[in-house]
Design a protein around this ligand. Structure first.
Ligand SMILES: Cc1cc2nc3c(=O)[nH]c(=O)nc-3n(C[C@H](O)[C@H](O)[C@H](O)COP(=O)(O)O)c2cc1C
Length: 178
């Protein structure tokens, strides 16, 4: 039995070159039988169009906390609440260094970080796939977040793998789950 069949996944994209890989991830999730709701930061839209993600997911993409469209059954016009409550899991791929820093500090100045902060922490797991170049990854500021104390109680990192993303740089990526 496919564990993803019938699951509702919110797929968040923050700004990084690896946004192009989110298109394939979205396709794979849909193929596996999940419904996928895409949420993108403003920076992510520089790397991947919402139109592409909309076509692959088959659902309108959310990019703004001020967007009063309903995302599913609820009609309270608050996407950050509805999107996170409807999800079986939130996957942020790619998670930028900036986005992870926001999570650690509980910042919520746009829809994706706001939704992560507002999610029911006990029932909706948050899975991060950080992607950045070696220097950004190994910077003490990044290493502190969100895998280090005090956040280690809610996030765990697997060992990063290093893969070429562009011709110029390779990108360590890892996976943290709550
Ligand atoms: C060409 C380019 C490539 C970038 N690639 C990455 C990346 O791979 N990982 C990353 O963490 N930031 C990367 N950045 C920086 C982020 O896009 C930037 O920090 C942005 O503010 C992140 O916003 P967000 O976290 O709200 O999505 C890149 C910036 C540019 C201009």
């Amino acid at each position: 039995m496919n564990e993803l069949a019938g699951k509702h996944i919110v797929l968040g994209l923050s700004g990084g070159i690896a946004c192009y890989k989110a298109a394939e991830l979205c396709r794979a999730l849909v193929k596996a039988g999940a419904t996928v709701q895409v949420v993108m930061t403003e920076a992510a839209e520089q790397f991947m169009t919402a139109v592409t993600m909309q076509a692959l997911s088959g659902r309108p993409v959310f990019t703004s906390q001020w967007d009063a469209r309903t995302s599913g059954g609820a009609d309270n016009n608050m996407p950050h609440i509805n999107l996170s409550r409807e999800a079986d899991a939130i996957v942020v791929a790619p998670a930028s260094a900036d986005f992870m820093a926001k999570l650690v500090h509980g910042r919520a100045d746009e829809l994706l970080s706001l939704m992560c902060l507002a999610r029911p922490i006990e029932s909706v797991p948050l899975i991060l796939a950080p992607a950045m170049n070696r220097e950004m990854w190994s910077h003490p500021a990044t290493q502190r977040k969100p895998m280090a104390p005090p956040c280690s109680t809610w996030a765990r990192a697997n060992r990063p793998v290093e893969r070429p993303v562009t011709a110029e740089c390779s990108s360590p990526t890892s996976c943290c789950t709550t």
